[in-house]
Design a protein around this ligand. Structure first.
Ligand SMILES: CC(C)(COP(=O)(O)OP(=O)(O)OC[C@H]1O[C@@H](n2cnc3c(N)ncnc32)[C@H](O)[C@@H]1OP(=O)(O)O)[C@@H](O)C(=O)NCCC(=O)NCCS
Length: 331
């Protein structure tokens, strides 16, 4: 299945469902173009935040002015006081009304509150905000699903001309996850992989294969592997494995001959954020893979973070994924 058929399948799920997705960065032309295209194709109902005049100007320039958009300016939002009160209630002792007044002027906090209050079903942001600024409001307000302690960020790595597709995690959120958290990330990622028609074979990556190296960092991955196997014995998961042992059958035959995953892994769990973030960017830039994501997993409602280098096409695609997550198809 290539990228076209992947998105073809997702589009079929979301078309005509009118899933309301908040796009907080209405001052950014790439965002407005993507939101307008989603609406034009009936794939989502965008809620664009910002100054109405400015956004309508962009829509006219882009040739999308004749559709009826929901545009909300947080500065003049009539229910701002109600939103502030709800925010203070949700943050239970961690934020005063003064804090709420300040924080909710930030479009990411405002957008996440629209999702929390049920006025939207998901959010896509980060075209001009850092990951931390985009994700923190979602962690504080939307929170993780029951039984999931950490949200994490997956990249779907797709290379059309070789028809290859892999999942990398966590490449976006947890800077130095514990063994327990790493195990949970692996299990969550297996579920996400399945959505993209990947039957997950999960490698818990390290610089060591099956005890070849000794270090606390290696022990963490070995421990995470053990915990993940206990939590879900049915998973095809193994570790700790170096990337070559995980991916190259000939190397696996030498380094991990008894492993059912080594040499054929398609889902890669990195030991920390440095390796995960560097790893996906190397595959993207040197390996010519399309990097789709980060797709956040584990939240009660989908909030997805864009890279600041995203194109309008990337934003459009993440909008489709977010709409599909909101419909529960990614659960
Ligand atoms: C995601 C991130 C912003 C959270 O950092 P933070 O806001 O400083 O986190 P805090 O520890 O202050 O926690 C804020 C809230 O989020 C929650 N939280 C933090 N990390 C979480 C996670 N991974 N999953 C779920 N909840 C989390 C905390 O429990 C806390 O909730 P509370 O306020 O209700 O108690 C931080 O982990 C980060 O910066 N990660 C790296 C992001 C990045 O730069 N990625 C690379 C580019 S893609």
């Amino acid at each position: 299945m290539n990228i076209r058929s992947l998105f073809g399948g997702l589009k079929e799920k979301v078309v005509g469902q009118h899933v309301k997705i908040v796009f907080p960065e209405g001052n950014d032309e790439r965002v407005v173009r993507a939101a307008a295209r989603l609406k034009f194709e009936g794939l989502a109902e965008p809620i664009i935040l910002g100054q109405a005049d400015e956004i309508r100007g962009l829509l006219t320039k882009l040739g999308f002015a004749d559709q009826d958009y929901m545009i909300i300016n947080p500065e003049t939002y009539p229910d701002f006081e109600k939103m502030k009160a709800e925010f203070v209630e949700i943050r239970k002792g961690k934020a005063s009304m003064e804090d709420a007044d300040k924080l909710l002027r930030d479009v990411n906090y405002f957008g996440v509150m629209l999702v929390k209050m049920g006025l939207a079903e998901g959010m896509v942001s980060g075209a001009c905000h850092s990951t931390a600024d985009t994700v923190r409001p979602a962690l504080q307000i939307i929170k993780t699903k029951p039984g999931i302690s950490r949200t994490s960020g997956v990249f779907l790595m797709n290379r059309e001309n070789t028809n290859e597709r892999y999942v990398f995690a966590d490449c976006a959120i947890n800077i130095d996850p514990s063994a327990q958290e790493l195990a949970e990330i692996a299990i969550n990622t297996a579920e996400t992989a399945a959505i993209f028609d990947i039957e997950p074979k999960i490698a818990m990556l390290s610089f060591s294969t099956k005890g070849s190296g000794k270090a606390p960092q290696v022990e963490k991955v070995a421990e995470a592997t053990k915990i993940a196997k206990e939590l879900n014995p049915d998973l095809a998961l193994d570790g700790e494995l170096q990337f070559d042992a995980a991916f190259v059958p000939e190397t696996a035959a030498i380094k991990a001959p008894d492993s059912k995953v080594a040499g054929q892994a398609n889902t890669f769990i990195f030991p920390d954020l440095q390796s995960g973030n560097i790893g996906y960017k190397i595959a993207q830039r040197l390996g010519m893979f399309d990097a789709i994501g980060p797709i956040l997993q584990g939240l009660n409602k989908p909030v997805n973070d864009l890279s600041r280098g995203s194109s309008a096409e990337d934003i459009y695609k993440l909008g489709i994924i977010t709409a599909a997550q909101a419909l529960g198809t990614l659960d």
